[in-house]
Design a protein around this ligand. Sequence first.
Ligand code: ZN
Length: 362
Amino acid sequence: MSKKEKNEGTTRRDFMKIAAIGGAFLGLQSAVLPRSSEADASGKQMGGGGQLDTIIDFHAHVYPPSFKAVPNRPPSLFDVERLFAQQKEADVNTSVISYPMFGAPGKGAPPLDELKEWNDFAAELTAKSKGRIVALVCTNAFGGTPFIKEVERALREGGFKGITVNSSVKGEYLDSPKAFPLYELACELDVPIFVHPPGETPGAEKMREFRLVEMLGRPFDTTLSLARLILFGVLERYPNLKLVAAHMGGALPMLPGRLDFGYALRKDMTFGPWEPDVLSKPPSHYISQIYVDTMGFHPAGVLCALATVGMDHVVLGSDHPPVNIPLKRSVDVIRNLPLAEQDRKKILGGNAARLLKLQKPA
Ligand SMILES: [Zn+2]
């Protein structure tokens, strides 16, 4: 391929491949995908009907200057002006910022005062950003009442549009009843919860080379957390809970058939136990309750996610900052997908606007 093609992010060769898949996908779309019921039903709200041209990146991280005290953090995490320049180049109107709560190995979640410090920083940045920044309050899902109170305070007073949690904290996963009060609050206030993996994941000792914790461990942790949420009946218990999973939901969009065959064979103990047996429907039913972002630089993966969770449940996500790849490349992945224009608009901004209740273009 030419040098020019190489520099274009999604290359022409990639595009030809995607177009071939896409031809099949468009047929699949009309054959099996649910139509855009939520958006069609809310045509008056921004994002309804896919009539929005605003581009919203659901997955970005920015830290306050005081967090520079921890060594080896990417400089882009502290450079808001650079983010604004990247937004301009990529035609992104708004970045949704969160704190991924990466602690030192074995340390688990940050303490409440650190989370409050980030929340205060994010509230101030949002207020002066003229719509270029929207923030998600960060918390430890298992922290108990003081953490819940801080989330409620921030959501009611701080201008936050949703919540961020880690997919696990020191091996505790989101099916834990300790997280239920947070889910109840999110449902009561009708705000989404962004599920982001922690810095260190179980099994990290086998993934020290090649940054495999980042490449594999984190999406695996998200996959495991979402699967446990489904199989332990948490999504059945909270049908109105809106979870947005980072990095295309890990491998989950690939796995509905696998979880369903396990469920179909759950009474056959020769395959091992299936307990507790609490679901009233097969696991795949609950996968489509989940939202995912598009972070992963894999167009075919986005198509798989779209086919699995539906056109209304996928949002643009770049992980920029800190991922030091031009923001435009993440947007171009969606721009180059073989989709109907109204569906492309949903992924680029309409679905996020609806989830975050952004009433008018930023
Ligand atoms: Zn991230």
